[in-house]
Design a protein around this ligand. Structure first.
Ligand code: KE4
Length: 431
């Protein structure tokens, strides 16, 4: 799809410069708005649920940096924590007490995480968890699900969601054949396919417990339980990638929501409080294989960065039961309102949601796997997104991503969003 005609806006000027200096004009592909047929919007600031672009336009933001900002933009407690930490020094390359406090706090919320290792990105955490799984099992293959995204780890880019799905890339060049061959891909929500899969040399089943990178496609009843049982039967680790779901769909993430306990958990986004941090953790006997306790090497100059740790602790301190009740109610109000808005315009959509997560699929049927997601009317989704942006609502600019309502979104913000969505559906027309 071609980009919208360029205007004389400041955003357009910056984008013209950016395309000469940054590949595609952005530092991560999902920020480009090519798949919705327009140029990216350059942001100047954010406050609560609102972002303001360099031309002074405000948007109610449902990307929220793709998940970390569960408290909204520039939350005063987070800003204070970061500022205080920065005054004490931005990084030491030596341990700090706050990292220990954060590991305890995470373990208290997610009891399966008896030990934790911090990294700087979700990709790094995934890569490290996989290395650990291979070390403890002595096997190499990783089973993952079609349409899932676990960061840009070499072996996991085939049939991946997020930006690859958005750009229609079946895989990425530059991945060694051996890395690709070490991944087994199974369709999501398909018990038969799982049972038929060759499990020889398998080290781990890696799963987003609620896939959110092909849009939000919850597990069908019993599917996560089946993964746990199957992992035990064949003697492999079950790794939950809770980079998106962690501290979001429930206090203890998807593992609490569904009552299924993994061996290892990958975390990101909220665990960095809006700064670059992620983590992996799990059973003590497994995590004690990580250097220097054990022999599995993994390291990072900025791992456990004091600013990120301060932001994480400040964020988590606001995530109590009342907060999750509110996030659940906000998401429900949004989901119900979007369904009604679509119905009012005779547009068939599926709004699939869990607390703090939602996708509006332009599909007549419920979306249960990557194939269903890929069959959605992405042209109509793109037109709807452009219409939303024109009305001051910033949705994820891809059918294959999630909306991230936050604790900063008020009922009034959601109501305004629903009104904009109704107008946008009317503009796109029925189907
Ligand atoms: P990062 O390396 O981007 O920190 O995390 C990778 C990652 C791992 N696992 C899951 C389930 C994820 O969703 C992600 C990253 N998510 C994307 C948005 N779908 C981040 C945005 C981007 O790529 O710019």
């Amino acid at each position: 799809m071609s980009a919208a005609p360029s205007t004389t806006s400041r955003s357009a000027e910056i984008y013209a410069r950016a395309t000469k200096l940054l590949p595609g004009g952005v530092n991560s592909p999902v920020r480009a708005m090519r798949s919705i047929g327009r140029d990216p919007i350059f942001i100047a600031s954010g406050s609560g649920p609102v972002i303001t672009d360099v031309d002074g336009n405000d948007y109610i933001d449902y990307v929220c940096s793709w998940g970390p900002l569960i408290l909204g933009h520039a939350h005063p407690a987070v800003i204070n924590a970061i500022t205080e930490a920065a005054h004490r020094g931005t990084t030491f390359g030596a341990p700090t007490e706050a990292e220990v406090t954060l590991a305890a706090e995470v373990g208290q919320r997610v009891p399966s995480v008896q030990m934790l290792r911090m990294t700087s990105s979700g990709t790094e955490a995934t890569m490290s968890a996989i290395r650990l799984a291979r070390a403890v099992t002595g096997r190499e293959k990783i089973l993952k699900f079609a349409g899932a995204y676990h960061g840009h780890v070499d072996g996991l880019l085939a049939e991946a969601g997020s930006g690859l799905a958005t750009q229609g890339l079946p895989a990425s060049p530059g991945v060694p054949k051996t890395a690709a061959a070490a991944t087994t891909i199974v369709p999501w929500n398909d018990p038969d396919a799982l049972h038929k899969t060759d499990t020889g040399d398998l080290a781990a089943i890696l799963v987003e417990p609620v896939p959110a990178n092909m849009g939000v496609v919850p597990p069908e009843p019993g599917f996560l339980e089946l993964l746990r049982t199957r992992a035990d039967e064949i003697g492999v680790l079950l790794i939950f990638d809770e980079v998106i779901t962690g501290f979001r769909v429930a206090r203890g993430g998807a593992q609490e929501h569904y009552g299924v306990t993994p061996d290892l958990t990958i975390m990101g986004k909220i665990v960095g409080g809006g700064l670059p941090a992620a983590a992996y953790g799990g059973r003590r006997d497994l995590m004690e294989r990580i250097a220097p306790a054990g022999d599995v090497y993994q390291a990072g100059t900025l791992s456990g960065n004091p600013l990120a740790v301060a932001a994480a602790l400040a964020t988590l301190s606001h995530l109590n039961d009342a907060a999750y009740e509110r996030l659940t109610a906000t998401t429900e109000q949004l989901a119900t309102g979007l369904r009604a808005a679509a119905k009012g315009a005779d547009r068939a959509v599926q709004v699939q949601s869990l607390p703090g997560l939602l996708t509006v699929f332009f599909s007549e049927q419920p979306v249960t796997n990557y194939g269903d997601a890929a069959n959605c009317d992405t042209e109509a989704y793109g037109a709807w997104c452009r219409a939303l942006l024109a009305r001051g609502v910033y949705p994820p600019p891809s059918q294959f991503e999630a909306w991230f309502p936050s604790l900063a979104h008020t009922s009034g913000d959601v109501q305004r969003t629903i009104e904009a969505a109704a107008d946008a559906f009317a503009e796109v027309g029925p189907a």
